[in-house]
Design a protein. Structure first.
Ligand code: 5RP
Length: 230
């Protein structure tokens, strides 16, 4: 059922797609539906993928890829999310693509989130917050993260270096970094926490996407619901 809901949200997002657009392509199971649908419907678009997996899928379904430079205008980016709060702030990065996703979202003229309705929360934080960190000195960065969390009033967080899928060692992002998953329970002030964690040397970015989403399309059991942020 959840997968049907994800597909409904992805389908609804197609209404925002026009021929000639450069599209930011997200990562994750909901974004997979969107990328496949864009390919199947034969839109004349170029894609800026937010991960190697998405790049491979886009090519498979016939979407031309763009290598962005300073002049690239991304008309619309569409991506999934792990949690969305009433202000449209997000936790992303469950799939490990947070950095590229944030670069693409930040650059896009319009950023639309597609998600099943279970991602809608009253307060962020039940989903562990992914924080992408540089591998060098990772233990020192984890210690500094603990201190920054405590200073931000988020004491007692359980921090885990994300393990590699089905193997030994730790997961690596497409950019070759580690991810720390921070179990916070509740995030009291997402914007302040994002700013505080981003200040820690060794932190590349956090999975907090603050003020980036323009619209969230939730897939439900029967249809879709929109949350317009601005
Ligand atoms: C990947 C992400 C995904 O968008 C997020 O994890 C949601 O994934 P899914 O659509 O599979 O529920 O941020 O880094």
């Amino acid at each position: 059922m959840t997968d049907d809901a994800k597909k409904r949200a992805a389908e609804a997002a197609l209404e925002e797609v026009r021929d000639g657009m450069t599209l930011g392509l997200g990562t994750g199971s909901t974004a997979v539906h969107f990328v496949r649908l864009v390919g199947e419907r034969g839109f004349d678009v170029r894609g800026v993928p937010s991960s190697d997996d998405t790049a491979a899928l886009a090519q498979e379904v016939g979407i031309e890829l763009a290598v962005p430079d300073e002049t690239t205008r991304i008309d619309l980016a569409v991506d999934g999310a792990d949690e969305v709060d009433p202000d449209g702030h997000l936790i992303k990065g469950g799939g490990g693509a947070l950095l590229r996703e944030k670069i693409v979202a930040q650059a896009a003229e319009r950023f639309v989130i597609i998600a099943d309705a279970s991602k809608r929360v009253t307060q962020l934080g039940a989903f562990p917050l992914p924080v992408e960190i540089e591998r060098f000195g990772w233990g020192l960065t984890v210690r500094a993260l603990r201190e920054a969390l405590a200073a931000a009033g988020q004491e007692g967080a359980e921090l885990t270096l994300r393990p590699a899928k089905g193997g030994s060692g730790f997961a690596l992002t497409d950019g070759g970094n580690y991810i720390v998953d921070a179990r916070l329970g509740r995030i009291h002030d997402p914007a302040a926490l994002d700013a505080a964690l981003t200040m820690v040397p060794g932190v590349v970015t956090t999975g907090l996407f603050i003020g980036l989403a323009d619209r969230i399309i939730y897939g439900t059991e029967t249809g879709t619901e929109n949350q317009d942020v601005r």
